[in-house]
Design a protein. Sequence first.
Length: 274
Amino acid sequence: MNFYCAAFEFQKSNVVLTGVPYDGTSSFRPGSRFAPDAIREASYGIESYSPYQKKDLRDKKICDLGNIPLSFGDKQLNLDIIETFVDKLIKKRKRFIFMGGEHLVSYPIIKSFKKKYKNLTVIQLDAHSDLIDSYRGERFSHATVMKRAAEIVGFENLYQLGIRSLNSTDTLLPYRDEKMQLFSLSNAEKFIKDIGKKPVYVTLDLDVLDTSVFPGTGTPEPGGVSYKELLECMLLFSALNIVGIDVVELSPHYDTSGISSITAASIIRELILL
Ligand SMILES: [Mn+2]
């Protein structure tokens, strides 16, 4: 099953969706490997037209490549498979949207984008900083992913929004400054000008949303933003030169109502139309 309206071949498309169904390091509630297919299914429950952007999915050339075929259990092998896949994919200049999976999948994707775009900037929307150096002995985990990503792109090129859960051992302190300290989504306005036309990769951990809006996630954190706040923030990103996006950490089976999957599908519709 493709995402709704994603009926174009790769060659003829402008926007490319790819599922990355990996959740091997989920520390609390696993299950995000089921997210890409849950999002596709839920996409048929929403309309193709965005009243916020006054644009329609039906007017876009969207390709859904399906899911990257991953192994089971072998983390390093999976990270290598993802990186190799993305290396090949981004040789073509298109807008790429990846559907996780847990947040660790962002690491090989960002690594790949950094090889292509030397001055890559990363914007992270997330409840958690994900800047811990190692989690229970693992250097590569969904709890450490942004530390590993920042080591590649440079901490000065990482902008975080929505953070409300930090670990005392995480590595925020060495580069704490105005940009990094203010996590309110409204701060996006402040740094969008600084970023200018540099290539930007957006990693959207859906647990940035409040638990009442989005219970279907592995490590829910109360006190998050509303759908509309997130949407307003994403609409600001239309001023940026976005080269890639991932949407991670939907864990559909923890939300029996299915609203979380529908919310994720709706967000992806808006990101396609951006
Ligand atoms: Mn995260």
